[in-house]
Design a protein around this ligand. Structure first.
Ligand SMILES: Cc1cc2nc3c(=O)[nH]c(=O)nc-3n(C[C@H](O)[C@H](O)[C@H](O)COP(=O)(O)OP(=O)(O)OC[C@H]3O[C@@H](n4cnc5c(N)ncnc54)[C@H](O)[C@@H]3O)c2cc1C
Length: 282
């Protein structure tokens, strides 16, 4: 990624890379950390919010069809190094979890647009749940390097699932952890918390990813805070990941103009205000 914090949208330097697995380990019961290295400079080509399509290995039990989209969790320090943090859920990610250091993996990217982080921002709020934190983690060092204050709401099922250190990676932020098992992650409770944070100090932007429930909550709240921008990285099932197959289209409402957009190509980052939650047909 570059030193600049004002990211550009839709970079066009997509390529296929043969990478070597450098590090691969469990972070907790469900998530694995994967570090790959390539001969090319992936770091300067890749920006926060973008993703790669990963070719999962064929194993005795699994033969994954299609590549799997994964957000970039980090890059560097060497220019060819790229990191992913992923939930082991189905056929592809289970096969992926079998990779050992020294194995090879083919990846395609960087794909999609990026979050926008302007250097003149004073304060940002990030609202993360589950894999969403992998997508938003790269924003934090950039914000910190510009002196931007960071407040984070992190949501998880229970304390053992909370990947606070994996999210912050040494960046200082005011963190509010909320959990399903004590009710603090309930929509009503999080709404009160978000409103309190936005009332206490103006936030230039709220970023989110990883939960439709949180996205809809933020859309509702931001209607009352017109000076605060909202950006969401959408997670939509997709096949090609580069705009050709149209499997990931969703409806958006851009200033009253209803449009179908490809999450992989026009996104995955969209304005929170533009997302159409439910589409009614007929
Ligand atoms: C832009 C983007 C970024 C993502 N970043 C991350 C990340 O950083 N970490 C992470 O853990 N997960 C991330 N995901 C979700 C991840 O792609 C899926 O969990 C993964 O594809 C599941 O594959 P599977 O074979 O294990 O599951 P299966 O359920 O067996 O998959 C079957 C098919 O459905 C698709 N699919 C299943 N779940 C999802 C999903 N939630 N989103 C999109 N496609 C899905 C798969 O790609 C595959 O083609 C991201 C998704 C998108 C669209």
């Amino acid at each position: 990624m570059t030193d600049s914090v004002s990211f550009h949208r839709n970079s066009e330097n997509v390529a296929s890379y043969r990478c070597k697995v450098v590090e691969h380990r469990w972070v907790n019961d469900r998530y694995k950390y994967l570090r790959l290295s390539a001969q090319s400079d992936l770091a300067s080509a890749t920006r926060p919010g973008q993703f790669y399509q990963l070719k999962c290995p064929v194993t005795d039990q699994q033969q994954p069809f299609l590549l799997r989209p994964m957000s970039v969790y980090g890059v560097g320090p060497e220019p060819g190094t790229i990191e992913f943090l992923y939930n082991v859920t189905g056929v592809g990610t289970k096969a992926m979890s079998s990779l050992a250091a020294g194995d090879h993996m083919d990846i395609v990217g960087p794909l999609g647009n990026t979050f926008v982080l302007e250097p003149e921002f004073k304060r940002i709020l990030v609202v993360a749940r589950g894999v969403g934190l992998a997508t938003m983690a790269p924003l934090l060092p950039y914000a910190a390097s510009c002196g931007i204050q960071i407040t984070a709401i992190m949501s998880a099922r229970e304390p053992k699932d909370m990947m606070r250190d994996e999210f912050l990676r040494g960046v200082s932020a005011k963190v509010h952890c909320v959990y399903d098992n004590d009710g603090s992650s309930d929509v009503g409770a999080v709404e009160v918390l978000v409103r309190r944070i936005l009332d206490e100090a103006h936030c230039d932007v709220v970023y989110t990813c990883g939960s439709h429930r949180l996205l809809m909550l933020l859309q509702r709240v931001l209607a009352d805070y017109p000076r605060t921008r909202g950006e969401v990285a959408m997670e939509q099932h997709m096949a090609c990941g580069m705009g050709a197959c149209l499997s990931c289209v969703r409806m958006f409402d851009i200033d009253g103009d209803k449009q179908f957009l490809r999450v992989c190509r026009e996104g995955p980052v969209f304005s929170v205000r533009d997302v159409v939650g439910e589409v009614e047909f007929g």
